[in-house]
Write a protein that binds this ligand. Sequence first.
Ligand SMILES: [Zn+2]
Ligand SMILES: [Zn+2]
Length: 145
Amino acid sequence: MDTKSNQLMEQFKQKCREENFKITPQRTVIYKELIRSTDHPDVETLYNRVQEVFPNISFDTVYRTLSFFYDIGVAEIIDGICPTRRYEGNTTKHYHYLCTQCNRIMDFHDIPFDYEIPGQIKNQFSVSNVRIVFEGICSNCRDKH
Ligand SMILES: [Zn+2]
Ligand SMILES: [Zn+2]
């Protein structure tokens, strides 16, 4: 594992301890697979990857563990933009590009995230999160036509 993954792993263990969440080998592998995946996998995809290490793990375990990861802030959910709910281990602010044809989600990190919340919203509500998703047809899909 590289330095970044080691750092995330440490952070993860720390969070689990704070939340009294037992760090089991299964949970560790689910997290490891999550941070190794750059494709924003859905539960099914991640379940298949984890199964290669733990053939007997249940879908439900992976499902519930991922929800919990989100609750304690070590995973992000990408919801409502593609047919299935997707997860990622990268919790830093970044932009997403979604290909509406193949449902591939790509990350863009090196763009300042300086979106200004409109006053109309800011004055009435508290805003806890801003998600920005660009949608279109990716170059792979475009080249097929
Ligand atoms: Zn595409
Ligand atoms: Zn992302």
